[in-house]
Design a protein around this ligand. Structure first.
Ligand SMILES: Cc1cc2nc3c(=O)[nH]c(=O)nc-3n(C[C@H](O)[C@H](O)[C@H](O)COP(=O)(O)OP(=O)(O)OC[C@H]3O[C@@H](n4cnc5c(N)ncnc54)[C@H](O)[C@@H]3O)c2cc1C
Length: 470
């Protein structure tokens, strides 16, 4: 981030840039073979032994088969794998149709110093919102249009141009890069596994983008699944471990989908309260009348407060506890939990012993761009408790020395918890009372140890989790 720029935006990575980053990382991995322009056609399963997938090269029409032990279908909301397997979905079929228009205007002169990423358009000619990934030239307009007046088939470049110009409010140069309709719907597949085929990402669940929960839900799916498949393939876990993928991840999607629909309804309800609708002239008059009406003020204030869960929803991103079926009371109220199934809460740590066996794989965090931090503050914020958890290992934090197959970090010898929240973290985790935490490779807690627990107790819990006999 440029420290000299007074008009800073929050961190945001445009999805195309993120996908390119992933592609670049994967291209360097010799275990990964990336094939472009290849479509999934069909699959059949040879019992639990193998999945035989038929795919087609789009340019040549050439079909070939891939034999694999497992298949993870991440082919999006209209997943052909899911429909081919006959897996139905729970949820509402259709809620409202929206048009996404990708364009490249320089919006900086328009917004001035209001450099937000999300700009709501309260204008009936272009009701919706602009997601400004890069205010200088890469944005998306999500237009909430009336499909009875403007059917999806009637949309073309010209209508997109008119809509974007109305949304911007000024006639400035831009190109329409693409446009695509989508339906504001909520769907969660009835099951995520059929034999050796797993659904992940939008193929498993799709919900309105109101809340920005889609991508993280998909990443969470594969974070949960990948290490389990690896352990089974390495012969370290029983096949049964793979059933826990559905049990754990479907509940997260159900909660996130319900919240996303609620957010969508609340934002469109607010626009209604403001009096937006029908033709532009009446809508503007209604809007200003509503804003000046003291009786409506309370309703508008409540409508704005109701948006909190829409934009501040950490409890959904990292607050879920596997095994807990309750719906979080408020999406904004993230309370770090040290229960079994919860994601290990973050705390800043200082590494005391930098041996290869205890060194985290991740490079130190660099928060030097935060103007408010002193040199000491920056120094304290280099590593997180989460950095201690390798993606392919179980990790023990606490006071036990060694457990076979587990990476152990001893408090006071290998690391110490630092920073403002240190005492609270140590007390809540039980580490200050000689307890400990056994953490799965996906950073979720598997066992909470007290001072009486031994290495044998940890082994018993691990054996049970992995379905190993002992
Ligand atoms: C307007 C909008 C705004 C959004 N904003 C946010 C946000 O702010 N934050 C957030 O977290 N999420 C957001 N989302 C949701 C997010 O984009 C999705 O959750 C995410 O892209 C899902 O990733 P995925 O890989 O599962 O599916 P997709 O991104 O849909 O990828 C599926 C891939 O499978 C390929 N494919 C499909 N069929 C076949 C086939 N037969 N053969 C081979 N390949 C196939 C497709 O070409 C595509 O590359 C938004 C969505 C929309 C529509």
């Amino acid at each position: 981030m440029d420290k000299t720029d007074p008009l800073k935006m929050i961190h945001n990575i445009p999805q195309p840039a993120f996908e390119q980053y992933l592609t670049d990382v994967l291209a360097k991995d010799s275990n990964v073979d990336i094939r472009r322009g290849v479509s999934f056609i069909s699959l059949r399963q040879d019992g639990f032994q193998a999945v035989i997938t038929t795919v087609e090269e789009r340019t040549t029409g050439h079909q070939f088969q891939i034999r694999s032990k497992y298949l993870i279908a991440c082919d999006g909301a209209r997943s052909k794998v899911r429909t081919g397997l006959g897996i139905g979905s729970d949820g509402e079929d259709s809620y409202e149709t929206m048009m996404t228009i990708h364009f490249n205007a320089n919006l900086r002169p328009i917004v001035g110093n209001r450099v937000g990423m999300l700009h709501w358009i309260a204008d009936p000619l272009a009701s919706g919102f602009i997601i400004a990934y890069d205010l200088s030239g890469n944005s998306v307009l999500i237009s909430n249009f009336d499909a009875t007046k403007q059917p999806v088939e009637s949309w073309n470049q010209e209508l997109c141009r008119q809509t974007v110009t109305s949304a911007i409010g000024k006639d400035i140069p831009f190109d329409v890069l693409s446009y695509r309709p989508w339906v504001l719907s909520r769907k969660v597949a009835r099951f995520y596994r059929q034999g050796n085929v797993f659904l992940a990402g939008d193929a498993a669940h799709s919900f309105p983008p109101t809340g920005g929960l889609g991508l993280n839900s998909g990443l969470g799916d594969v974070h949960n699944l990948a290490y389990k498949i690896a352990l089974v393939l390495q012969g370290k876990a029983s096949e049964r471990l793979l059933d826990s993928y559905d049990e754990e991840r479907r509940q997260v999607a159900i909660v996130n989908s319900i919240q996303s629909v609620k957010n969508g309804k609340q934002i469109f309800g607010l626009l209604k309260t403001l009096g937006i609708g029908e033709d532009a002239v009446r809508a503007r008059r209604n809007l200003y009348a509503s804003l000046g009406d003291p009786d409506k003020k309370r309703e508008i204030d409540e409508g704005i407060e109701a948006q909190r869960e829409h934009f501040d929803n950490l409890a959904l991103h990292i607050g879920y506890v596997y095994g807990d079926k309750s719906i979080p009371p408020h999406a904004s109220k993230y309370v770090p939990s040290f229960a079994v199934g919860a994601r290990l809460p973050h705390a800043w740590i200082r590494l005391l012993r930098q041996q290869s066996s205890t060194k985290p794989n991740l490079a130190p965090v660099d928060v030097s761009y935060v103007d408010e931090f002193s040199a000491d503050d920056i120094q304290l914020r280099q590593h997180s408790t989460l950095d201690l958890c390798d993606i392919d290992k179980f990790t023990l934090l606490g006071n036990l020395d060694s457990v076979p197959g587990v990476k152990s970090y001893r408090l006071g010898r290998d690391f110490e918890v630092v920073g403002p929240g240190a005492d609270g973290w140590l007390a809540s985790s039980g580490l200050d009372k000689a307890g400990g935490l056994l953490v799965r490779p996906d950073q979720h807690i598997l066992m909470v140890l007290d001072a009486t627990n031994t290495a044998k107790d940890v082994e018993i819990v691990l054996d049970k989790y992995l379905g190993r006999s002992h």
